[in-house]
Design a protein around this ligand. Structure first.
Ligand SMILES: [Cu+2]
Length: 161
């Protein structure tokens, strides 16, 4: 059985000499040092110079009727589905009526205001209530993390009739 043998192991650890404890701690510290830079190296993905994401349609100030067809444009980068790691690619995220930007150094949340297009889609159709709405596009990498520097569109405001 696992439990009694674990108890024996704990007892054995308790009677280890202090130097051995120190060695264990040093090993753990060393492991942490080796692991942390590796995690940092994994992200964020670099964006090339001149990379830009923008709305092909609608355009800022447009008066539209719902459902709204939204088309995403991307310059100097390619579209790849979520989970596919390929240099200088990413997938679109549509930010809808966000008060502020989400954290740009971690995976983007997925909710009604942050919509992922992880299949590599470059357009969508939105059902929006009447009134003014703010839209913004943000590219994310294979982990849904914005690039460095972030590839972020201007905010457009549209009015749904
Ligand atoms: Cu995503």
């Amino acid at each position: 059985m696992a439990f009694p043998s674990q108890a024996v192991l704990l007892q054995y650890r308790d009677i280890q000499k202090p130097e051995e404890h120190l060695m264990t701690r040093l090993s753990i510290a060393l492991l942490a040092l080796l692991t942390i830079p590796a995690l940092h190296a994994a992200g964020p993905s670099p964006a090339p110079e001149g990379a830009a994401v923008y709305f092909i349609s609608p355009q800022d100030g447009d008066k539209v009727s719902s459902p709204v067809k939204v088309r995403f444009g991307l310059r100097n980068m390619g579209v790849a589905p979520a989970g596919v790691e390929r240099q200088h690619t990413g997938h679109h995220h549509l930010l809808i009526d966000m008060e502020s930007l989400p954290a740009l150094d971690q995976p983007l949340p997925a909710n009604e205001q942050v919509v992922h297009f992880g299949g590599g889609q470059t357009e969508t159709t939105l059902d929006l209530p009447a009134g003014k709405h703010r839209l913004q596009l943000l590219l994310g990498d294979h982990f849904h993390i914005p690039h460095n520097p972030p590839v972020l569109s201007d905010v457009i405001t549209i009015e749904v009739k």
